[in-house]
Design a protein around this ligand. Structure first.
Ligand SMILES: [Zn+2]
Length: 664
C-alpha cells in the first residue's frame, strides 16, 4: 500500500475538459478573495447566476453570423473563467467544508453545471464556428484543437439519438462519481481496540479518541490514524481488523456504483465506435494508446516482479523472528505488509518513521516548502487574512521577488476532521490568464498529525505543493490551458520530481531559516532514511502495477464486474486476495478523474525522474530552478509536454533515469 497511490488530484471532475462560459470579466489585478459561504442558499444563488451567465453567453455566440476568428477562442475561455469563478471554489468546498448542507449544495451545483456543459459541448453551431477559426500562432492552435477535442468527445458529431444518450451518460457519471466520493469521505467507521491491542502504537494516535462502554478506543480510518496504526501495532489480529475496515471503505454500495460507472463509460466509448473506454480516453493522452501503456507496464513488471518476491521473503523472516516461530510456519498476510516493512526497515537501517515527527512540526514544514520555492523559483508566500471555511484553513499570497508582482493565492488546510476529504490533494481551482491579467488560486489539502510529520509525509506535502506551484507559476494566455490543465499522464511529473528533495541534507537545512528553534535532522538519520526509502520497492511498485492494470482492465473491452475482476487480479499476486475485502469500493481515483488513467502515476514518474537529472548536481540550484519555472511550469498545457521537457533538458525525454532508480 502506498500513501501517494491513493491520492486524487484534480479539482474539476467533468468527464471531459470543462469548458464553460462567456461573461464579461473585469481584469483581476487585485488578490483573489475566497467566497465566504455561510449558508447553502448563497451557494445556490451563486450557482444560478453562473448558469444564467453561461446560458446568455451561449446564446450570444450562437447568434454570431460568422466566425470571429481568434476572438471566439477568447470568448470560450471567458466562459471557462466564469465557470471557475463560481464552480472552482465550490469544487474545493465539496471536499473541505464542515457544513453538510454546503457540501451538498456544491455537489448539486456541479450536477447543474455538468448538465449545462454536456449540452453546450454538443452545440453544433458553435462547434462549426470554432472549426473555422484561423489560429494566429501555436498557442491558439493548441487551444483550438483542445476545444474541438472537447466538443468531439462530448458527441457533437454523433447522430441525434446517440447524442442525447451521451449527454445523459455524462450527467449520470457526474452524479455517480459524487455518490462514490461522498461515501468515502463521510465514512464513519470506527474500529474498537483495547489498550493491550494498541501495543506498539504511538499514544498520540489514540489518547484523545472516543471510547466505547467497554473502555475500548474507537479509531477512525483517516490516514494519520490508520497508517501509523498499521505500521506500528504489534498485535496481528488488531492490525487485521484495522486493515479490513480500511479495505472496506465505501462499502457494497460503492461496488454497485463502480459497476454502473464501468458500464456507462463502456457504453459511452461504444457510442463513438471504440471498443473500450481505455481506447477512447487514452488516444488523447501522452501515452496515445492502451497498447503503449501495456507495453510500459510490462517493462515495469519485469523490473520489479522478482524484487517483490524477495521483499516479501524479508518480511517473512522478520515476522518469524518477531513471533519466535519457524520460518516454515510463517506466512505474510496483507495486514502484515506495512508493519513488517517498518520493522525490517528498523532492523536493517535503524529507522522509524515516527522518529521524524520531532524534526518536522507542521507549521515549520509548511514554511520550509515555501522557503524552498523562494530558493528555486524566486517567489515568496505571505499570509493574508481571509474568512475561510474552517479555522484551520489559511490563505497566502504569492509574489515574484524580483519584480514584486503578485502571482496568485494559495489556500492550505493541514489537519484532519470529520467529513473532510481524507487523503492529500491539490485543487487548482482557478487558473491564470495573461489575456485578462487573471491570477490563479489553488487549495492544498492534507491530513497531518499536529505533533509533526514523518519524512514520508513531508514528501507528500512537497508533492501536493508541487501541484500548487504548477498552478500558481503558470502564465498561460488561456485559463483553459492554465497550470495543471495538462495531459493526465503528465500532471504528476512536476510534483513527483520534488518528492526526492526531502532526502537532501542541504535542502533540509532550509528548515533553520524558517524555524530557528527546530532541531536539525541528524545527518546520520537522514543518510539512513535515504537508503531505507529504496527498501521494499518491489512491493510498492508491484502494487502500483496492480492498480494500474486493474484500472485498464476494468475499462477494457469487456464489461467487468468490479469485485470479480479484482478478486481474480489481486488473487494472482504473491499475497493473493483476502476474502470479504473490497478494495475497489474505496478506489476513488478510478471512479472519478483517473478512470483509465491510474497508470499516469507510473508514467509521470518516468518524466519526473528524468527532470530530476537536471538538478542532480545541486537541488537548490536557483538558475536551474528559474529555467524550470520558465520552460515547464509557466506553460501549463499550452505546449505539448514532450516539447516542454525537451526544452528544459536540452534533449528528448527518456526512461533511463526511471529504470536506473527502479533498480536501486
Ligand atoms: Zn499528485
Amino acid at each position: 500500500m502506498s500513501r501517494r497511490a491513493i491520492m486524487f488530484e484534480r479539482a474539476v471532475r467533468c468527464l471531459l475538459p470543462c469548458i464553460a462560459a462567456v461573461a464579461m470579466q473585469a481584469s483581476h489585478a487585485e488578490p483573489y478573495a475566497f467566497p465566504p459561504y455561510a449558508k447553502s442558499e448563497q451557494v445556490d444563488a451563486d450557482c444560478d447566476r453562473m448558469l444564467a451567465d453561461l446560458k446568455a453567453s451561449e446564446a450570444r455566440l450562437e447568434e454570431m453570423a460568422s466566425t470571429r476568428g481568434v476572438a471566439l477562442l477568447v470568448d470560450l475561455d471567458a466562459m471557462q473563467r466564469r465557470y471557475e469563478d463560481a464552480g472552482g471554489p465550490m469544487a474545493l468546498l465539496t471536499a473541505v467544508h464542515p457544513d453538510k448542507s454546503i457540501r451538498d449544495a456544491t455537489d448539486a451545483c456541479d450536477l447543474k453545471y455538468q448538465a449545462f456543459n454536456s449540452a453546450f459541448l454538443q452545440n453544433a453551431r458553435i462547434y462549426a464556428l470554432l472549426k473555422q477559426v484561423q489560429p494566429a500562432d501555436d498557442i491558439d492552435r493548441r487551444y483550438q484543437r483542445d476545444l474541438l477535442d472537447a466538443f468531439e468527445d462530448s458527441g457533437v458529431g454523433l447522430p441525434d439519438d446517440k447524442r442525447s444518450r451521451a449527454q445523459q451518460i455524462n450527467n449520470d457519471i457526474t452524479r455517480l462519481t459524487q455518490e462514490f466520493e461522498r461515501r468515502v469521505r463521510e465514512d464513519k467507521t470506527r474500529v474498537p481496540f483495547t489498550v493491550a491491542e494498541l501495543q506498539g502504537v504511538p499514544a498520540d494516535l489514540y489518547k484523545d479518541a472516543q471510547r466505547d462502554e467497554q473502555g475500548r478506543y474507537l479509531l477512525g480510518l483517516a490516514y494519520p490514524t490508520s497508517f501509523p496504526f498499521l505500521e506500528n501495532a504489534a498485535n496481528g489480529a488488531a492490525r487485521e481488523r484495522m486493515w479490513r475496515a480500511f479495505q472496506n471503505t465505501g462499502g457494497v454500495d460503492n461496488l454497485k456504483t463502480l459497476a454502473q460507472l464501468g458500464e456507462m463509460r463502456h457504453e459511452y466509448a461504444r457510442l463513438f465506435g471504440f471498443e473500450s473506454y481505455s481506447d477512447f480516453a487514452l488516444r488523447r493522452r501522452m501515452a496515445r494508446s492502451e497498447g503503449e501503456v501495456q507495453k510500459f507496464l510490462g517493462t515495469v513488471k519485469d523490473a520489479v516482479a522478482k524484487r517483490e518476491v524477495a521483499d516479501l521473503e524479508v518480511l517473512r523472516q522478520s515476522k518469524a523472528l518477531h513471533l519466535k516461530q519457524s520460518l516454515a510456519k510463517t506466512v505474510v498476510k496483507r495486514w502484515d505488509v506495512l508493519y513488517y516493512t517498518q520493522r525490517a526497515r528498523k532492523a536493517r537501517f535503524a529507522l522509524d518513521q515516527e522518529q521524524f515527527r520531532q524534526y518536522f512540526p507542521p507549521e515549520a514544514s509548511l514554511q520550509f516548502v515555501f522557503r524552498l520555492a523562494t530558493q528555486l523559483f524566486g517567489v515568496k508566500f505571505t499570509p493574508v487574512q481571509q474568512s475561510l471555511w474552517h479555522a484551520d484553513a489559511r490563505a497566502f499570497e504569492l509574489a515574484d521577488i524580483a519584480t514584486g508582482q503578485p502571482l496568485g493565492t494559495l489556500f492550505v488546510d493541514l489537519y484532519p476532521r470529520d467529513d473532510k476529504y481524507n487523503h492529500a490533494a491539490c485543487w487548482s481551482f482557478r487558473n491564470v490568464s495573461t489575456l485578462v491579467g487573471r491570477q490563479p488560486a489553488a487549495g492544498l489539502v492534507v491530513n497531518f498529525n499536529r505533533q509533526g510529520l514523518t519524512i514520508d509525509e513531508l514528501e507528500t506535502l512537497l508533492h501536493e505543493f508541487g501541484h500548487a506551484l504548477h498552478a500558481l507559476l503558470s502564465t498561460t494566455r488561456y485559463t483553459g490551458e492554465g497550470g495543471t490543465n495538462v495531459k493526465l499522464d503528465f500532471v504528476e511529473a512536476p510534483s513527483q520530481m520534488l518528492e526526492d528533495w526531502v532526502y537532501d541534507r542541504k535542502v533540509l537545512a532550509l528548515f533553520k531559516d524558517v524555524c530557528p528553534t527546530c532541531k536539525p535532522v541528524p545527518a546520520a538519520l537522514l543518510a539512513r532514511a535515504d537508503k531505507a526509502r529504496h527498501f521494499a520497492k518491489g512491493i510498492l511498485f508491484s502494487r502500483q502495477h496492480l492498480y494500474a492494470s486493474y484500472d485498464l482492465a476494468f475499462y477494457g473491452k469487456q464489461s467487468q464486474e468490479p469485485m470479480a475482476l479484482w478478486t481474480k487480479m489481486e488473487g494472482a499476486t504473491p499475497l493473493g486476495h483476502v476474502p470479504d475485502t473490497m478494495f475497489p469500493a474505496g478506489f476513488a481515483h478510478i471512479a472519478g478523474g483517473y478512470a483509465a488513467g491510474y497508470y499516469a502515476y507510473l508514467w509521470s514518474l518516468v518524466v519526473a525522474e528524468d527532470l530530476r537529472t537536471a538538478f542532480a548536481a545541486n537541488k537548490l540550484d536557483a538558475s536551474v530552478g528559474r529555467r524550470y519555472r520558465a520552460t515547464v511550469l509557466s506553460h501549463g498545457g499550452e505546449v505539448d509536454p514532450n516539447e516542454l521537457v525537451a526544452q528544459f533538458l536540452g534533449r528528448p525525454t527518456d526512461s533511463r533515469a526511471f529504470f536506473k532508480s527502479l533498480s536501486k
